[in-house]
Design a protein around this ligand. Structure first.
Ligand code: NAP
Length: 293
């Protein structure tokens, strides 16, 4: 059944996600802070454009957000212009932003005061996953709200899972980022070791990607890492934001994260030499001999 939905935040991820909603037949209203992006989206897709988040939320049964960090979510969800101000009893707010679990719990409580359901729903799969509609979505919230939004999220995702109560989606995304951080460093070290050993790295990758060392990062980033190509993908600035959330949650729950903490510092160095918008696979650049780095 088509729904009246709103999508707030037409960035690398949100733009194609909102496009999939429109292609699936939902009546979509978009809001983007930089208006020209929303204008471009409405020129390409069937859908309306709103001037403010509150206007986007008016009449929507589901409002999706995919912005930057905690404070950006608060800016579009709350306040005079916030979507929640217009959302009606029984509607549902979904946050696809990678944010803190605290924010998810806060939004769940505030939404509930408005009679609105809330699902935290960070995603994995990157720009290509969003464009191809094959994202993985990890959700926190009530089963009833989750079941209502799950088929709609299916427009742009191939796996949509309820993990637990509000905040569980964000906590799962933290596990995801911990698993990626150490792995990308290990992949960088392996490739640089192989290069210095004089091996044919294409052959090495073809071979070991089929064995126990194989990974999404190896299959999708190995070749570009060897070619020093980083101007695409998931930005180091976003990864540092995510690892900041992870490390502060770990301070609270006591989880030891020695490798993740170290890799966070390596990403800081990538930022310091101007690689903030580079893909996270740029960790390998730190291992290249001077004078390149
Ligand atoms: N890119 C990935 O591969 C990827 C993968 C998984 C998860 N994520 C997460 O998904 C979220 C979005 O990532 P992205 O890559 O799509 O980011 P992005 O391309 O930088 O887009 C961010 C979007 O949020 C809007 N925005 C940011 N702050 C805002 C504010 N204060 N008020 C209103 N709008 C605001 C931006 O509007 P403007 O156009 O006006 O700047 C833009 O539409 C982030 O939390 C990121 O960590 C990203």
């Amino acid at each position: 059944m088509p729904d009246d939905v709103a999508f707030i935040g037409l960035g690398v991820m949100g733009y194609p996600m909102a496009g999939h909603l429109a292609a699936a037949g939902h009546r979509v209203t978009v809001f983007n802070r930089t208006k020209s992006v929303a204008q471009r989206w409405t020129a390409e897709h069937a859908g309306e454009m709103a001037e403010t988040p509150v206007q986007a939320g008016t009449g929507a049964s589901i409002v999706f957000m995919c912005v930057g960090a905690d404070e950006d979510v608060r800016a579009v969800a709350y306040g005079d212009d916030g979507a929640l101000g217009a959302m009606s009893d029984g509607s549902i707010l979904v946050d696809h932003t990678t944010a803190s679990a605290d924010l998810a719990r806060e939004l769940a409580a505030v939404s509930s005061e408005h009679g609105v359901g809330f699902v935290d729903a960070p995603v994995s799969g990157g720009e290509a996953g969003a464009q191809n509609g094959v994202l993985t979505v990890m959700c926190g919230g009530d089963a009833e709200h989750f079941e209502r939004v799950r088929p709609v999220m299916g427009s742009y995702a191939r796996a949509v899972t309820l993990i637990g109560p509000a905040g569980s989606g964000q906590l799962t995304k933290m596990v995801n980022q911990i698993c990626i951080a150490g792995l990308v460093q290990a992949l960088s070290e392996g490739l640089e070791f192989g290069r210095r050993a004089g091996l044919d790295l294409d052959t090495v990758l073809d071979t070991i990607s089929q064995g126990a060392a194989g990974s999404w990062q190896m299959s999708n980033r190995g070749t570009t890492m060897m070619a020093d190509e980083f101007e695409f993908g998931f930005a180091v600035d976003w990864m540092r934001k995510d690892l900041g959330i992870v490390l502060s949650e770990a301070q609270r729950n006591g989880a030891p994260l020695p490798v993740t903490s170290l890799v966070d510092q390596f990403y800081k160095r990538v930022q310091e030499f101007g690689g903030g918008r580079w893909d996270t696979s740029s960790l390998i650049a730190l291992l290249r001999p001077p004078p390149q780095r």
